[in-house]
Design a protein around this ligand. Structure first.
Ligand code: SF4
Length: 200
């Protein structure tokens, strides 16, 4: 059975969906079925909110002060469950909530969504991935095509209004020049950028 909650490098993670509109060239999902404490992160289907809550009730969070929604899919694909389970984790265990996202929630859900995360998500890490739409498509192979990159930037801008900590990430699969361009975009938007190493 796939894990909904798993631990990896001293953090606890929520794996609530395997759906994602991208097929990133660096995606960790192509490295194996499991990660950290999870033997498999491949779910049979999206778990219901009751199934997620039942797993939360079973898990010992005493060692953790933060939970990260990440897993083998884009958490905003299951936006309602993300919001409800994050609220449950906050109320029941007083945990801080971090969201790792591809930033395409507005396109995925067909509406502006950053405001829905207010008071629910404490920090968000958004994959900027590239300095322009063309490079973005090369890296992410998003099903949204040219719409994706501007939507990501708009979502990130919106997040600054509703989420206390917003940051961008890029994976070093792009050139040094492109990383430098990403840094300029992030700086202009007032969002810190972290460059991640590609885990092959
Ligand atoms: S957005 Fe995340 S889960 Fe989706 S393909 Fe890219 S790296 Fe993988």
């Amino acid at each position: 059975m796939a894990d909904i909650i798993y631990t990896y490098a001293s953090s606890a993670y929520m794996n609530i969906t395997n759906k994602c509109p991208c097929a990133c060239i660096f995606c960790i999902r192509s490295n194996g079925d499991g990660l950290g404490s999870a033997e498999s992160l491949w779910l049979k289907g999206d778990p219901t909110i009751d199934e997620i809550k039942a797993e939360i009730d079973k898990f010992d969070f005493s060692e953790y002060d933060e939970v990260v929604f990440c897993g083998y899919g884009e958490p905003t694909q299951a936006l309602d469950n993300l919001i409800e389970s994050a609220k449950y984790l906050k109320e029941k265990h007083k945990l801080k909530i971090r969201l790792n996202s591809n930033g395409l929630s507005d396109l995925i859900n067909g509406k502006p969504t950053a405001h829905l995360l207010e008071g629910v998500v404490d920090s968000i890490s958004i994959s900027l991935n590239a300095p322009d739409g063309e490079a973005y498509q090369r890296v992410t192979r998003s099903k949204f095509g040219a719409e994706a990159y501007p939507a990501l930037l708009k979502f990130a801008e919106d997040c600054k209004k509703y989420i206390p900590k917003v940051k961008f990430t890029v994976v070093d699969v792009i050139s040094e020049e492109e990383i430098a361009e990403c840094k300029k975009i992030a700086e202009k938007m007032g969002i810190p950028l972290r460059v991640r190493k590609w885990i092959k």
